[in-house]
Design a protein around this ligand. Structure first.
Ligand code: CP3
Length: 355
């Protein structure tokens, strides 16, 4: 791999010394940026934006141009896979994602075919190649996917419905059929992630946004099991196995030890746990990413800096921390406050990296 001008993220993942704690933010390219809203308008819809590599590349780079971030994350969405499976994805203003053909019956699931990433998701790979060219080895690029459980939750429900009652019912009424769906998704996601790595991303992240709604046993059998399969596929393929994997399960802090055992390199954590406790529990096996509550971005610059200081102090001395929010940037925060947070991470973290 060609060496990067800024390799803080990769060094923190490997728990090698860094000068400052690296920082990037979930949803760093998004509606809180006026320049994003402008390009989105031009694209006509969120999905068109994702499917036009030049525009996806442009919005991926927008936060990089504004702020001294330590990584870019590809602009795309976890629901591109079910879209490629033919479910008829749409993003409606104020409603979020909806599927014209949700998956509820045995027939629907049996008919699903696994997309070929180089054909059916070529626009994602093309966007990666463009971003890589534009980044010119300045920064690492993060690729991503959703977990099978999280993607299945949207596919079965057909929309973003809090609590996702239909898939939760299915865990009890037809677990065998649900496993067929999850197995197919695990294969599709695994292929897609490996194709993203082949196209050039330096790190991949698995978003398990809805794993935290399950009880302990169900989390392990319906979510973590399939994540483990995807990570194993990456680690067993010599062409991609060196690419680090970040696993983020929102509201999943009770399972940190289990997650650390699936072979991933980094665990993303939300604000439900202090980084001090998370590090005590898993710190010697994986790096940690997180974990400030995005709501701090609504506070004053002074309060934002205090929150950053508290998060850095909780992790403590040494490498292995990637600063992030515990979930995505809300759409109505001020871009100026986002900049204050990013600068504060760099300024305030230096003392934690001296010998
Ligand atoms: O983080 C980034 O900057 C990279 C791009 C990215 C998006 N979605 C862009 C997006 C990433 C990594 C995602 C992941 C994603 N998508 C997740 C997992 C992370 C999380 O948020 O929990 C999930 C659950 C989705 C599915 C999804 N996409 C939903 C439920 C919505 C609607 C809610 C919302 O925020 O509007 C989206 C739309 C979406 N994905 C937007 C962006 C920038 C907003 C689209 C717009 O209206 O312009």
């Amino acid at each position: 791999m060609t060496s990067l001008h800024n390799d803080r993220l990769l060094r923190a993942i490997a728990r090698e010394p860094v000068d400052m704690t690296p920082v990037w933010l979930m949803r760093q390219a998004g509606r809180y940026l006026p320049e994003y809203r402008e390009v989105r308008k031009q694209a006509g819809s969120f999905l068109n934006l994702c499917k036009t590599p030049e525009l996806a590349c442009e919005v991926t780079l927008q936060p990089i141009k504004r702020y001294p971030l330590d990584a870019a994350i590809l602009f795309s969405d976890i629901l591109t896979i079910p879209d490629a499976m033919g479910l008829g994805l749409q993003f409606e203003e104020g409603i979020g994602p909806t599927f014209a053909h949700p998956i509820r019956k045995k027939k629907d699931i049996n008919q699903l075919t696994i997309p070929n990433p180089t054909q059916d998701l070529a626009y994602v790979l093309d966007a990666i190649k463009l971003v890589k060219k534009m980044l010119a080895n300045q920064l690492p690029l993060i690729g991503f996917c959703g977990s099978p459980w999280t993607i299945a939750a949207y596919m079965v429900e057909g929309r973003a419905n809090p609590g996702f009652p239909l898939i939760r019912k299915m865990t009890k009424t037809d677990p065998a059929l649900l496993h067929v769906l999850l197995e197919k998704l695990a294969q599709a996601i695994s292929l897609h992630l490996q194709a993203q790595i082949q196209a050039g991303v330096h790190v991949v992240m698995i978003f398990d946004t809805w794993g935290g709604m399950l009880d302990n046993q169900d989390y392990q059998q319906f979510s973590l099991h399939y994540v483990q399969q995807i990570v194993a596929d990456i680690k067993n393929n010599e062409a991609v196995h060196k690419t680090p994997v970040i696993l983020f399960t929102r509201a999943g802090n009770q399972w940190l030890e289990l997650m650390a055992q699936v072979g991933c390199d980094v665990l993303g954590v939300d604000w439900g746990i202090s980084l001090a406790e998370a590090r005590r529990r898993v710190g010697s096996t994986v790096a940690l990413q997180g974990n400030i509550d995005p709501a701090f971005l609504y506070q004053s610059p002074e309060e934002i800096k205090q929150a950053v200081a508290g998060t850095l102090a909780a992790y403590g001395h040494g490498s292995g921390h990637i600063f992030n929010l515990g979930h995505g940037i809300p759409q109505d925060v001020s871009p100026e406050h986002v900049g204050i947070l990013i600068n504060a991470v760099h300024e305030l973290s230096r003392p934690y990296h001296t010998n």
